[in-house]
Design a protein around this ligand. Sequence first.
Ligand SMILES: Cc1cc2nc3c(=O)[nH]c(=O)nc-3n(C[C@H](O)[C@H](O)[C@H](O)COP(=O)(O)O)c2cc1C
Length: 338
Amino acid sequence: MRIGSVALESPLAIAPMAGMTDTAFRRLVKRHGGCGLVVTEMVSAEGLVRGIDRTLEYAEYTHEERPIAIQIFGGDPEKMAAAAQIVEGMGADIVDINMGCPVPKIAKHNAGCSLMREPAHAAAIVGAMAKAVKIPVTVKMRAGWNDEDRNAPALARMVQDAGAAAIAVHGRTAAQSYTGSADWDLIARIADDLTIPVFGSGDCIEPEQIVDRLRAGVEGVLVGRGVLRNPWILAQARDLAEGRPARVVTAEQRGQFLLDYIDLLERERIDEARAGTHDRFVVNKLRALNSWYTKGLENGSHLRVAINSAGSVAALRALISGFFDVSFRGEFCADAQV
Ligand SMILES: Cc1cc2nc3c(=O)[nH]c(=O)nc-3n(C[C@H](O)[C@H](O)[C@H](O)COP(=O)(O)O)c2cc1C
C-alpha cells in the first residue's frame, strides 16, 4: 500500500503511544517483521518551532525505522505548517497530526481531539501543512469528541479534501477515553467513503483480530497496546494473513526482548539534567513497558512487582534473565527475525 508517495511493505503499523513508543522500542518491533510503518510519540509543534531540546528528543528516529511518521500536535495553522517543515527537514517520511488526544492539558490548547470540535479549523490546519511540505500529511483522529458528536465521518471527508494523504481513526470518542470498545463499524464506513487509505485503531490484542479487521475493509491497522503486550503481534498477524500459523514466541525470546530493549536504551543519548542518571532513565522505561508487557503472562504480576522494585539496570537484567530463563546474551533470537 502507499501513503501518497511513500510505499509501505505492510499495512500494519505501531500506533503512536506517548511515553512508550520511543525509537528503541520501535526498532525492536520493526526487527521482528510485519510492521510497515512506525509513528513517533506525539511532539509539540510549538516545541519544534522553538527548538526545545526535549521536543526534538521525542522526534528522534533511526534509519532502520523507515518509513517513519513524526506525529505533531498543536492548534495554530501557521505554527503547524512551520513544524511540518521542520519535520520534513528532519528527513521524516510522513508528518502526522494528532487529532485524537483527549488529555485536558493538550485539549485546552485547542489541540489533540479538541480540534474535532472545530472541523473547519482542523481542515485549515491540514491545508496549511499540505501546502507547506512535499511529504504526505496524515491525520489521526477519534470517532468524535463525545457520543453526541461522533463526527469522524464528516471530518475525515474534510481533511481528505484539504490534502490529507491518509487518516487513522481510533474508534472511541474523547469522552470515552479508553472505556468501552472501539467502533469498527464506524471506521469501516469511513474507509468505504474515502479515496485515501484509512487505518483503523482500537482493541487489537490478538493477531487474529488484526487480520479480521483488515478483511473487514480498512486499508491498514494501527496496533497500540497489543504491541506493548506482545511485540511479535504484527509479525504473527502477517503470518496468518499469508496463510502460515502464527509464530510461537518462547519465554526466552520474551526475556531477550527486554534485555535488548535495555541495551538499546543504554546507548540512547539523554539529557541527564532532566531525566536523572542514565540508570534511572532505563529503569523508568522498563517499568513503563512492564505494566503492559507482563499482562497475560504466567506469573506476570510477580515480574511486574519485581521490576517495579528493581533499583538498577544490573538488578533488572538479573531478574529478567532469571524470570524468563534467558541463558544467553545474543543480539536477537535468529528465528525471531523475518
Ligand atoms: C499509553 C498510550 C499513549 C498514547 N499516546 C498517543 C499519542 O501520542 N498519539 C496518538 O495519536 N495516540 C496515542 N495513543 C492512542 C493509540 O495510538 C491508539 O489509538 C489507542 O491506544 C487505541 O489502540 P489500541 O487499542 O491498539 O491500543 C496512546 C495510547 C496509549 C495506551
